[in-house]
Design a protein around this ligand. Structure first.
Ligand SMILES: Nc1ncnc2c1ncn2[C@@H]1O[C@H](COP(=O)(O)OP(=O)(O)OP(=O)(O)O)[C@@H](O)[C@H]1O
Length: 269
């Protein structure tokens, strides 16, 4: 995305002159405080909001064309889903195949196979017949991940997929996302779990009304940048349960609550 600005009907400008380029298989963490504009950035990539300025291209194509070719899969924030809607887990995952179907939406054997494979990969086959509202928080996340898998998108957007999931589920989801990267996909994932960023994200993009900084984690996930994005390193540390300790040569060590070293941060230029 190149220089995009997005204003809502209320007149609120959620993003101004935001630029982000992801050009190889990667896991990029989208970080920022509540209201920073992360979901808005996803919506711009999905074509759900129209930028007032700037452009978004996916694989060199306009958003609409990339959508038509099913290149972009989206795992929404749980709050955006109507869980009372009377559909089963399998129905939701099948929605990932709609873009491949004609207007009558009659699934082919390939569509069914993709759905079963997606359900199996996230461990939700045994729950396939359940109404989506009956699932636990972690199971709900898995269902939408399975929908993205069934869609077979080259770019996968996940809006806070780890919120409210247990440690084991989070680790399984992260492992799956690593596999998807190895398959050549680009993963853009918003998260408030800063502690997992150094091991999980190849790249980070810091958002605060724009993209403040983006690039390789070791270069961008720095104390100074985090302070810019989150308004003070003390707040970051408290929010993430992180501690920063001097690591020599101007570097900082990121320690978790138990004092384990999670990563090493380079000083900001
Ligand atoms: N439909 C809307 N109409 C008006 N303002 C909106 C709308 N959606 C979002 N906003 C505003 O735009 C800003 C960015 O919101 P956005 O949802 O992109 O933030 P976010 O970074 O995803 O936050 P969170 O971490 O809480 O999910 C916020 O100030 C929000 O209040």
């Amino acid at each position: 995305m190149e220089g995009i600005s997005v204003a809502y009907a209320s007149g609120h400008v959620a993003l101004r002159d935001a630029t982000l380029r992801l050009d190889q298989p990667t896991i990029c963490g989208l970080l920022g405080v509540n209201g920073a504009g992360k979901s808005t950035l996803f919506k711009a990539i999905m074509g759900m909001v129209r930028p007032a300025a700037g452009s978004v291209t996916i694989g060199g194509q306009a958003v609409r064309e990339a959508q038509r070719q099913n290149h972009v899969a989206y795992v929404p924030q749980s709050e955006e889903v109507d869980w009372a809607f009377p559909v089963s887990v399998r129905d939701v995952v099948m929605m990932g195949r709609y873009g491949y179907m004609n207007r009558l939406r009659i699934p082919t054997a390939a569509d069914r196979a993709a759905v079963e494979a997606g359900l199996a990969r996230v461990g939700m086959l045994e729950h396939a017949e359940r109404q989506i509202g009956q699932l636990s928080g972690g199971q709900k996340k898995r269902v939408f991940l399975a929908r993205a898998l069934a869609q077979d998108g080259r770019l996968i957007l996940l809006d806070e997929p780890f919120g409210g999931v247990d440690v084991t589920t989070q680790e399984q989801m992260m492992q799956l996302l690593r596999e998807l990267r190895e398959e050549g996909r680009i993963i853009l994932v918003s998260t408030h779990d800063l502690a997992s960023v150094p091991q999980f994200c190849d790249q980070v993009a810091l958002v605060k009304g724009t993209v403040l900084a983006a690039g390789p984690t070791e270069a961008v996930f720095t104390p100074a940048n985090l302070a810019r994005a989150f308004g003070g390193s003390g707040a970051v540390q408290a929010a993430a349960g992180l501690t920063l300790a001097p690591g020599g040569e101007g570097q900082s060590l990121v320690l978790d609550a138990e004092g384990r070293v999670l990563g090493r941060l380079q000083p900001l230029e």
